[in-house]
Design a binder for this molecule. Sequence first.
Ligand SMILES: *Cc1c(COP(=O)(O)O)cnc(C)c1O
Length: 222
Amino acid sequence: MSVADNIRYFQGIIPAGVKLVAVSKFHPVSMIREAYDAGQRLFGESRVQEFLEKQKELPDDIRWHFIGHLQTNKVKQIIGKTALIESVDSEKLLQLIDRESEKAGVVTRILMQVHVAMEETKFGFYPEELLEYFSERRFESLKAVHICGIMGMASNTDDMRRVRSDFKAIASIFNRIRNDETLNLSGFDRLSMGMSGDWQIAVEEGANIVRIGSSIFGERNY
Ligand SMILES: *Cc1c(COP(=O)(O)O)cnc(C)c1O
């Protein structure tokens, strides 16, 4: 199966209303171009330098999602260049994105990354931290960031019951925030979860963005 075949396969099988982010990290521009020619316009990258280099070489109508851990010293470089930063994993990072966006005169759309997985290495807000961030209305100080929803990852395990319960936990946080009318959030409607190995479960649990890399582009050589 070629990259183009894989794109067409996923475009055919992913339910309407769920967006496919083709995660192209570590893969060359030529492969992204092949996916683009098959109609894909939404791509995900996880490293700032790699993202910027690829963006320069590819068509302007690609929408780029940044999905990796974003170091504070690199924020400035990507402001204005992403359709969505999915991986905002601390309040410090969020505030910096806000300041730099304001300076640049743009509004940056972001997702808050929540940590429910059993690995300690995964980044993100713990559920209680995230709920507190909203209940204390700390988002009201943001001037140039639009919080569009939540991104999360399941534990890295073959135990699909654990994966499903992780997705349920992420979806439940998302719904608690979204359904809290006192918060008055507008456009808080994106739930990004699911990768190559678990996207179907994620969609069953309510994901409306899935991030798929290796099933489209093949294995990565880190
Ligand atoms: C790499 C990555 C993906 C894609 O993973 P695959 O298993 O290759 O589909 C999805 N989300 C994030 C945050 C990633 O870093």
